[in-house]
Design a protein around this ligand. Structure first.
Ligand code: FES
Length: 325
């Protein structure tokens, strides 16, 4: 689907830190704070080093008193979006999109398994709240690094015995294979977290021979296997080389260099920005959820909006893209 490109102002009504590195912002949109489906997110216009950018944030819970809530994890180092969001103060105005959801809870599953890693709790929490309201049984598994660093624990605790938390510093980790085994075959699993959690979940799900359509997931485009490093993109057909800093995406760098690349979601979901890989000096850090694990292993395509290389130079064929703007 195409993203709604329209934006409207919203005022920061309140700010609170829900963990040392996670800040919740309450937004008062200029129009009505309309209701939205589970798993919905907002697109927010940010400014990074004076340049415009877009970031996506899941909406937390149901709209309350005419406001929407999002949470932002401070990424140090990061690409700069979280620094901008953390610089905001109550009363500031930001431009936001309407809520959109590609991660909706299906209505009639026989059972629900919700899994969240870190800041991935933000869309999952709303799902748990909806299922609780409907008195539908579910199981919520929530993993964090430590209790002190994990957000929304009081809200998760309201789910009672249906919720389990796992802290890595206590040596407790989610056993995905056993959680999937306990889920009826026509049950559905919803997962949001870093790419490593999603990869492990997809592998465990496939190993159990379960239908992929019943595994639904969302990730944050910024999470990868390697820390972001600067690298170079070589485009032989265009006779161009473009430097990508650690703070920017490959897509942003190509666009800044005047090289047109088709893109839509900008979070590794739609595949529109995929480019052909000719060669790469270093390992490719695939951060999209569009291509399968097997396609990632083949390294023939790369999603320019989220994926990167761990340094060095990657040589790409932009196919029919790459028109100089
Ligand atoms: S723009 Fe959608 S995957 Fe890159």
């Amino acid at each position: 689907m195409r993203y709604d490109e329209s934006f409207a102002p919203a005022t920061i009504a309140a700010i609170r830190d829900v963990a040392p590195a996670i800040r919740e912002l309450t937004l008062h949109p200029a129009g009505n704070a309309v209701s939205y489906p589970t798993g919905a997110h907002l697109r927010v216009q940010v400014r990074i080093n004076g340049k415009p950018g877009i970031r996506h944030y899941s909406l937390i819970g149901a709209p309350q008193d005419g406001v929407w809530r999002i949470a932002v994890k401070r990424e140090d180092p990061g690409r700069g979006g979280s620094r901008f969001m953390w610089s905001l103060k109550p009363g500031d105005v930001v431009e936001i999109s309407n809520p959109a959801s590609h991660f909706e809870l299906a209505a009639n599953a026989s059972a629900y398994l919700l899994i969240a890693g870190g800041i991935g709790i933000t869309p999952i929490l709303g799902m748990a709240q909806v299922l609780r309201r409907r008195a539908v049984p579910f199981r919520l598994l929530y993993a964090g690094r430590s209790e002190a660093e994990t957000a929304y624990l009081p809200e998760v605790a309201q789910c009672g015995a249906q919720a389990e938390v796992y802290f890595a510093d206590q040596g407790r980790f989610i056993d995905l294979a056993s959680a999937f085994r306990a889920l009826p075959l026509d049950g559905e699993a919803y997962i949001c977290g870093p790419i490593g959690l999603l990869d492990a979940a997809r592998a465990a799900w496939d190993a159990g021979g379960r239908p992929r359509a019943r595994l639904r997931f969302e990730t944050f485009g910024s999470s990868g296997r390697f820390a972001a490093e600067a690298f170079t993109v070589r485009l032989p057909r265009l006779n161009r080389e473009v430097h990508v800093t650690a703070e920017m995406t490959m897509l942003d760098a190509l666009e800044d260099a005047g090289i047109g690349v088709l893109a839509d979601c900008r979070r590794g979901e739609c595949g529109l920005c995929a480019m052909d890989v000719i060669a790469s000096e270093r390992e490719i850090d695939h951060r999209d959820v569009f291509f399968s694990d097997a396609q990632h292993a083949q390294n023939r395509k790369i999603c320019a909006c989220v994926s990167r290389v761990a340094g060095g130079t990657i040589t790409l064929e932009p196919a029919w893209r790459g028109d100089v703007l």
